[in-house]
Write a protein that binds this ligand. Structure first.
Ligand code: HEC
Length: 107
């Protein structure tokens, strides 16, 4: 078999494998989604209300920093208690997931 034929054969085997793994990864639930479901009761199903402040459509860093601040400041409001229920890693996953949701332009 010529080197070119060999390369072609490798390609033909490789492409369906790559597509199959893409299809599998598309079905995996984003890691922060289940955690963020807890936020829906107050911030709406997709973080867009109706309810309290809109939390979708912000950058992951912005949401994460807000959660970190709420977790570390003295407990005054609802969110300070909410934030204390999560590890920093969980808050990072939640923030990453929420940042993928489109906001509706409100706050
Ligand atoms: C029991 C109701 C409740 C739940 C559950 C809740 N929140 Fe909140 N959240 C609030 C309220 C009320 C405010 C506005 C007052 C405040 O900042 O404390 C707020 C504010 C926020 C803000 C600040 C928004 C801004 O624009 O300043 C962020 C970010 C936030 N919440 C994220 C979350 C995340 C992430 C979750 C889930 C882990 C969550 N919240 C769960 C009630 C809730």
């Amino acid at each position: 078999m010529s080197p070119n034929m060999l390369r072609l054969r490798t390609l033909m085997v490789g492409i369906p494998l790559a597509l199959a793994s893409l299809a599998v990864s598309a079905q995996v639930t984003p890691p922060g989604r289940t955690l963020a479901a807890q936020c829906a009761q107050c911030h709406g199903t997709n973080g867009n209300g109706p309810g309290f402040d809109e939390i979708a459509g912000k950058s992951a860093r912005e949401i994460y920093n807000e959660l970190l601040e709420m977790k570390s400041r003295p407990v005054e409001g609802i969110m300070d208690r909410q934030a204390r229920g999560y590890t920093d890693e969980q808050m990072r996953l939640i923030s990453e997931y929420l940042s993928t949701l489109p906001g509706n332009g409100g706050d």
